[in-house]
Design a protein around this ligand. Structure first.
Ligand SMILES: Cc1cc2nc3c(=O)[nH]c(=O)nc-3n(C[C@H](O)[C@H](O)[C@H](O)COP(=O)(O)OP(=O)(O)OC[C@H]3O[C@@H](n4cnc5c(N)ncnc54)[C@H](O)[C@@H]3O)c2cc1C
Length: 331
């Protein structure tokens, strides 16, 4: 499949990059590794006239840890680097593990952290060729007025399937977003709109430059589990990230975030409150699993049975907490 025609820009500075993106007339889009965007373009799901590559911009591939300040990860860091970097492995091994579960080795080599958290939503009726698209009535995401998954639905239910965002959200990570007005630091969770058709909140003309995880969050125990059909390549059909803080053997905080089940990463409400002040036990793990199950409402928009995907959310949540219990007991 060929790419549609576009003009390529390779600016050498963020300033130049923002200037090109800020000109709304030219419909320019950020190009990072291209493993999401170029595929979408080949399928004619989008046809931006200009692509602004981040690859020549210095500083976007840096990983730095500063005591008391936490971990800063450049948006241009490749997932293969994230998975193997010694600093990430030491300070946040769950993030390295999650990166290592994305797609394939080849894709991880080009795919970036920024592109991963800002990848578009997906649906079995949408991520298809233009020929396929012409054979059925256009859905909301193809600028039509219906949803093939929820026939009387009033909006698009395409699914967010990124592997890194749920963990970053569970760790209360922030993203630095640069626009022509300057840089602002926002919670990663606030980037997502929850609408399958337009999954991000006001990011046009902006660049994510880095992600930051605070020292407090790095002190938490964290983990990510992913359910997929083929271990070697597939997107998550369901995923669970957890971050746990223990003090004197009692739970002080528990944050759970899910992926692959809705149009944005879903934070499980009430997880921390449910187990706060209690010892970390099998009972607590089961209750957290039930809460995560209650927060997950997958639809028939991906491969895999929605009921199985929902059950896997509960099973993976319990599994993570069981691993935390074992780790705490082995100290
Ligand atoms: C076969 C296959 C399997 C995959 N499996 C998985 C999987 O298992 N798990 C998973 O999470 N993902 C998966 N992906 C999705 C995705 O390609 C990668 O996760 C990847 O990380 C995207 O990063 P990229 O740098 O290639 O982004 P690009 O494709 O370059 O960009 C993606 C989007 O983000 C925007 N963008 C990128 N960087 C920035 C930035 N710094 N600031 C602002 N906007 C930006 C782009 O404009 C574009 O809209 C898979 C993709 C393929 C093709």
């Amino acid at each position: 499949m060929n790419l549609p025609r576009f003009t390529y820009h390779g600016p050498a500075s963020l300033k130049e990059c923002i200037a090109i993106l800020a000109d709304e007339e030219n419909g320019a889009q950020v190009l990072a590794g291209g493993s999401d965007l170029l595929v979408r373009m080949k399928l004619r799901l989008e046809t931006p006239g200009r692509l602004v590559s981040l690859s020549n911009i210095p500083g976007l591939k840096d990983i730095t840890y500063r005591s008391g300040k936490g971990l800063a990860i450049g948006a241009g860091v490749a997932l293969s680097v994230l998975a193997s970097d010694a600093v990430i492995r030491e300070k946040c091994p769950a993030l390295a593990d999650a990166a290592g579960l994305v797609a394939t080795n080849q894709i991880r080599t080009v795919a970036t952290v920024g592109g991963n958290i800002l990848q578009n939503t997906r649906c079995r009726y949408y991520n298809r060729s233009s020929v396929w698209g012409k054979a059925v009535a256009p859905c909301f995401k193809r600028n039509g007025a219906l949803c093939h998954v929820v026939p009387r639905g009033k909006r698009c239910f395409a699914v967010y399937q990124g592997d890194l965002a749920p963990l970053l959200i569970a760790l209360n990570a922030t993203a630095t977003i640069l626009s022509k007005k300057g840089a602002e630091e926002v919670p990663v969770g606030s980037l997502y709109s929850g609408d399958g058709k337009a999954p991000f909140n006001k990011l046009a003309g902006k660049i994510a430059t880095k992600l930051t995880i605070s020292e407090d969050s790095l002190d938490m125990r964290s983990a990510y589990r992913k359910y997929r059909l083929r271990g070697g390549i597939d997107f998550p059909l369901a995923g669970v990230a957890a971050a746990l803080k223990l003090r004197n053997g009692l739970v002080e905080d528990l944050r759970l975030c899910l992926t692959g089940i809705a149009s944005c990463p879903v934070t499980v409400p009430g997880a921390g409150e449910k187990v706060k002040g209690r010892p970390l036990s099998r009972d607590a793990a089961r209750e957290a699993g039930k809460l995560a199950y209650a927060a997950a409402h997958p639809l028939a928009n991906l491969e895999g049975d929605p009921a199985t995907r929902r059950s896997m959310i509960r099973i993976m949540t319990e599994d993570i907490l069981t691993t935390f219990i074992q780790a705490a007991n082995s100290k």
